[in-house]
Ligand binder design. Structure first.
Ligand code: FES
Ligand SMILES: [Fe+2]
Length: 427
């Protein structure tokens, strides 16, 4: 699966981590590799292996100056491509400098997000054409980032499961509690299970979770999964693009970007993406370990600031409903027998509302095996435009063929606004 992921560009760190040229070096850990990232004198962002190729000192302590990062130990200097541009400990005339390279991965800084390509090709694949990448920068929000202490897939499955809306996000009364509890809370006095209908695609899959409304309409919630680890779920009339970026097998960053195809994103919306967790203590202080980055103060050590009084009277679940905090509580505490946050799926019992989880697992397993056994890649590696799609929610007349009805609106190039029909129970 890691090899499959390395065939794609994916988001690494928000651009705001690198506010100035030659600024502070940041550590990052992606796909189990420890990296350092920096913005050089010309504004280019680079990602190098943290260990210096000379004798392994941490490049985090390096000097970021004159278009390169200089190791603090003996002064070897590398540019964003990994080329050694200075080797002051070797005698004049030595060509050893041409024989040593740092492990380096190409980065692209697009619409407030730094993307990385960690594959082996000399020429990276085409950059993805998701709307968050192609709209003007003012139409795309700052990214929201939340560290999750569990396997990326385990976390992502929360986005493949519409049935939980009626439970973990449920308000107990129509007039719900105010922030931080109950923001966007879901109020359905008569929760019947949604009917799921999955469509496998060459870039991943999408599905409708359909709920029959009391007024005789069908409410279809249509979400996307795009290989290797992106989802699109409907959160109001904007494009919501979410990436579950693996730090290692037991940690992932949920990165959420919002885009407005109709015009600029209001500044308050963008600011809220940065400060979303302020009402529950924001983020903890970063340590030397990148797994502490974007770690919210509400986390498993304090039961995500669960409020039993709120749970009794206001919300089905008393965890503050801020971004995916309650979802995270559900997924990251799924553990194996050794208490490792990678759930042993042989222990679970999948039911009718889990068909999308099953379908996405199958798609990913099929893709990983095709790469391992036949060297075949999913179609959206060479044609990223295949994943240029949208999600949406649609109120349709009862019984209408939803696939046909919504198809034109899942293509962002057809000129439609984002579909976000909301039945009365969700307000
Ligand atoms: S370990 Fe980096 S220059 Fe020696
Ligand atoms: Fe959720």
């Amino acid at each position: 699966m890691g090899n499959l992921m390395r065939e794609y560009w994916f988001p690494a760190l928000p651009s705001r981590e690198f506010p100035v040229n030659d600024g502070d070096v940041k550590r990052m850990r992606l796909l189990g590799e420890n990296l350092v990232m920096f913005r050089d004198s010309e504004g280019r962002v680079g990602a190098l292996a943290e260990a210096c190729p000379h004798r392994g000192a941490s490049m985090y302590f390096g000097r970021n100056e004159e278009c390169g990062l200089r190791c603090p130990y003996h002064g070897w200097k590398f540019d964003v491509t990994g080329k050694c541009v200075d080797m002051p400990t070797e005698p004049e005339g030595s060509n050893f400098i041409n024989k040593v390279r740092a492990i380096a991965y190409p980065c692209r800084d697009v619409n407030h997000m730094v993307w990385i390509y960690m594959g082996k090709r000399a020429e990276p694949p085409q950059f993805p054409t998701f709307e968050v990448n192609t709209l003007p920068p003012e139409s795309v929000s700052q990214p929201n980032v939340m560290m999750e202490e569990a396997n990326w897939m385990q976390n992502m499955e929360g986005d493949l499961d519409s049935a939980h809306l009626d439970w973990v996000h449920k308000r107990l009364h129509k007039d719900g509690p105010k922030p931080p509890f109950g923001v966007n809370g879901f109020y359905n006095p008569d929760p019947r299970p949604p009917k799921l209908d999955v469509v496998a695609t060459d870039y991943g899959a999408y599905y409708s979770a359909m709920r029959e409304m009391p007024d005789g309409t069908d409410w279809h919630r249509v979400n996307q999964f795009i290989m290797p680890f992106h989802t699109m779920i409907t959160v109001g009339p904007t494009v919501s693009f979410r990436s579950f970026v693996p730090i290692d097998d037991h940690h992932a960053m949920l990165i959420t970007q919002t885009a407005n195809p109709e015009g600029p994103i209001p500044q308050a919306v963008s600011d809220n993406m940065v400060n979303a967790f302020d009402d529950v203590g924001g983020y903890i202080k970063r340590t030397h370990d990148p797994r502490s980055y974007f770690m919210t103060a509400a986390n498993k050590t304090n039961d995500y600031m669960l409020d039993r009084a709120v749970q009794k009277d206001l919300m089905y679940n008393g965890i503050p409903f801020i971004m995916n905090l309650p979802d995270r509580a559900m997924t990251e505490l799924m553990c194996d027998a050794n208490d490792q946050p990678l759930y042993d799926r042989t222990q679970e019992h999948l039911g009718t509302t889990d068909v999308y989880v099953i379908a996405v697992r199958k798609q990913l397993l099929r893709a990983a095996k095709a790469l391992r056994d036949k060297g075949e890649l999913p179609a959206n590696v060479s044609k990223p435009e295949l994943g240029r799609v949208r999600m949406g929610t649609f109120v349709l007349e009862r019984g209408i063929d939803w696939k046909q009805a919504v198809a034109p609106r899942l293509n962002p190039d057809n000129g439609f606004p984002v579909a976000a029909d909301l039945p009365l129970i969700v307000d």
